[in-house]
Ligand binder design. Structure first.
Ligand code: ARG
Length: 671
């Protein structure tokens, strides 16, 4: 475990204070338990500054295990613990918490160390690992939408952070380039192509064909679903009325029971109405449009036909393969343009098609090894502890998403021999990954760490999955454009309002708006607890106050502005170096936060949560604000104090910039 390692530095100062405290306790706890890690994990930063800087919460559980009185036990532990050069004498609080307050001179020394450390105190991993990160992975040829943002942005932040820690990270974009969407486009191409448009702007025309075929399939499906939904709705409405009638004459106790049932049925009715409305909207969209309804009539079996086109492609039909080869580069260009704008690069883009030839042999191998077996004509893998089997070959011989993912896993293991593979994928696929990981173990890959880094849904302000007013998912590109447009408004207004008149050239304004707009979108996503859903709001994400990317970029620019105003050359300040003095409480609070940067990074990688870093950066920026309000920098009392405060400003800016960089977000000097 990383925090056992003593992290000693040139002057014998460890820059990861939490790690240092833990390692000192580790030696002592070894005498009491053979699982010290679990208890050491209960040493953390104090929630409230009043209780000091760190607190150890493990005394009570450990004392209980040992049958000791907690406070007494705490005293005994403290007799063995020497942290005198780090902290004031630790205090035992309440039933047995231990509180630590760092010594100011210790903090000052660490800050002085960090001044000359380009890693800002973050120590490279003692044992670098090979980590494959599977993220973004859109299904190409469909336009990218807001749902793709999460995987892309979280995955990228994890890549950057793990790389910064010295791991060998391999990013692999497992794009969906072999799925039914190609059957749809091939069908569309054969029947609905606008040649001129395709020639002019192939990507747009292919996207149009995709949407058209999708719409027609949705229509046919909708007709079937509508009947079924109407039937269910009528049924539920009937039982609603029945329950209401029952409730009238019932006793108090009975009524309570009925009320509970009523609520269930009511919510079922609401859901059915919603679903029905959605289906009807899709049907109406076609029926209201003469051209569309004519096409729909001419292609009544489009769903089947599309499946056949996909099957032909998979079977190696030369014409469909040719079309696939023709379409794919266009989709990839489109996708790469968005990645470029987002500043995202992959080491590999091995999509589903890459594994196609491996699927047949893989299934045979799994059958031979007894891992899979035939069931009702299909090939399945069954699990003792998971109800649903994993189907890897359908009755008709087709392979599935799961088959490809198994082949991908084998390939990655053989090619890169990773210590870990992280899948940054929507929570809805959690069953799939549980199954996949279970099969991996049976295949003998028992040492690799496999993690489904799952995330929730992006919601609109109505609390439902984010869509356009027309009910389509929102295209990623238009999302970026809108954020940048709004960022431009803010940048322009800020610049126009500058006391000495505007300072930015039009070109600078545009560039800043791009950085601020894209940064806002990324930060809004990364600052969420990844497992929860979140509501997408341009206004909130671009707010100049609160935990937003814009606020962080503003905090950075503000510091650069201090330097500019004072005619201070940062390089000179750095070369001059000197002492850091933490006299004012706001100075100390800021310094104390700066040295926590390595801890924040550790928290990010512990459970793959970039929001640990945004939360830290937000706290840092707030402490900087308080510092700046209370401690004059350019007008400091004397030269030594001025230099110390300038260094604190510079350190803050460096941590913000480095932190944002790990999140894939750029900074600007002015905004
Ligand atoms: N293309 C898939 C989707 O859009 C995501 C793929 C994730 N990666 C994986 N190895 N399964 O749902």
């Amino acid at each position: 475990m990383a925090f056992f390692e003593l992290r000693l530095f040139r002057k014998g100062v460890s820059m990861n204070i939490l790690g240092e405290l833990r390692s000192r306790f580790a030696t002592i706890l070894a005498g009491y338990t053979d699982r010290p890690g679990e208890f050491l994990a209960q040493i953390h930063t104090s929630q409230d500054d009043r209780f000091g800087d760190y607190q150890a919460d493990f005394v009570m559980p450990l004392a209980k295990q040992l049958g000791r009185k907690p406070r007494e036990f705490a005293e005994e532990l403290l007799r063995h613990l020497d942290v005198s050069e780090i902290a004031h004498p630790p205090e035992i609080a309440g039933p047995g918490f231990i509180n630590f307050r760092l010594r100011d001179d210790y903090l000052e020394r660490i800050l002085e160390e960090i001044l000359t450390d380009c890693r800002l105190g973050v120590v490279p991993a003692a044992k670098p690992e090979t980590i494959v990160i599977d993220y973004s992975a859109p299904n190409v040829a469909k336009p990218m939408h807001v749902g793709h943002i999460r995987s892309t942005v979280i995955g990228d932040a994890l890549c950057r952070t793990l790389r910064f820690l010295g791991h060998r990270v391999i990013s692999d974009n497992h794009i969906g380039d072999w799925g039914t969407q190609f059957g749809m486009i091939i069908y569309g191409y054969r029947h609905f192509l606008d040649r001129e448009a395709y020639h002019e702007h192939p990507v747009q025309e292919l996207a149009r064909l995709y949407r058209l075929v999708r719409q027609l399939i949705d229509y046919q499906e909708g007709l079937k679903k509508r009947q079924e939904l109407e039937r269910q709705l009528a049924e539920n409405e009937a039982s609603l009325n029945q329950l209401r009638a029952q409730s009238e004459g019932a006793s108090e106790a009975e009524r309570k029971k009925i009320a509970k049932k009523l609520r269930q049925v009511e919510s079922q009715v609401i859901k059915l109405r919603d679903d029905l409305a959605e289906v009807c909207a899709k049907i109406n969209a076609v029926e209201r449009d003469d051209r569309l309804s004519r096409i729909a009539k001419e292609h009544p079996d489009i769903e089947q036909k599309v499946l056949q086109e996909t099957a032909k492609l998979h079977a190696g039909d030369p014409e469909n393969l040719r079309l696939w080869r023709e379409f794919l580069p266009h989709s990839l260009d489109e996708m790469n343009r968005i990645y470029q704008r987002l500043g995202i690069q992959f080491d590999f883009t091995l999509g589903e098609s890459f594994y196609h030839d491996r699927l047949g042999p893989l299934v045979e191998d799994l059958l031979k090894r007894g891992i899979a077996r035939e069931s009702e004509g299909a090939v399945c893998i069954f699990f003792p502890d998971i109800d649903t089997p994993m189907i890897i070959r359908k009755q008709d011989g087709a392979f599935l998403y799961a088959t490809t993912d198994l082949a991908t896993l084998c390939y990655r293991m053989e090619t890169w021999k990773p210590d870990a593979i992280l899948y940054v994928v929507d929570f809805r696929q959690s069953l799939h990954f549980r199954q996949l990981f279970a099969v991996a173990r049976r295949l003998g890959f028992d040492r690799v760490k496999l993690a489904h880094v799952s995330f929730g849904t992006v919601l609109g302000e109505d609390g439902r999955p984010f869509r356009t007013r027309e009910g389509d998912t929102v295209g990623l590109e238009s999302l970026l454009n809108e954020a940048v447009r709004r960022a431009a408004e803010i940048v322009n207004a800020n610049d126009d309002a500058k006391p000495g008149g505007p300072e930015l050239l039009p070109e600078e304004r545009r560039r800043i708006a791009e950085v601020v707009g894209i940064g806002a979108i990324k930060y809004a996503d990364l600052s969420q607890n990844r497992t929860s859903d979140y509501v997408f709001s341009y206004d909130k994400m671009l707010a100049m106050t609160g935990n937003t990317g814009t606020y962080m970029q503003y905090a950075y620019a503000r510091i650069q502005n201090i330097f500019a105003k004072g005619g201070v050359n940062v390089e000179t300040i750095r070369q001059l170096g000197g002492r850091i003095i933490l006299k004012h409480p706001a100075e100390r609070a800021l310094g104390r936060e700066i040295v926590r940067f390595p801890e924040a990074i550790d928290l990010v990688v512990e459970d793959y949560r970039p929001n640990q870093l945004t939360a830290y950066l937000f706290g840092l920026a707030n402490r900087f604000s308080t510092f700046y309000e209370n401690c004059p920098v350019l007008q400091a009392g004397n030269a030594e104090e001025r230099q110390s405060r300038l260094l604190l400003c510079d350190l803050t800016a460096r941590v913000i910039r480095q932190g944002l960089e790990l999140l894939g977000i750029e900074v600007v000097n002015k905004m």
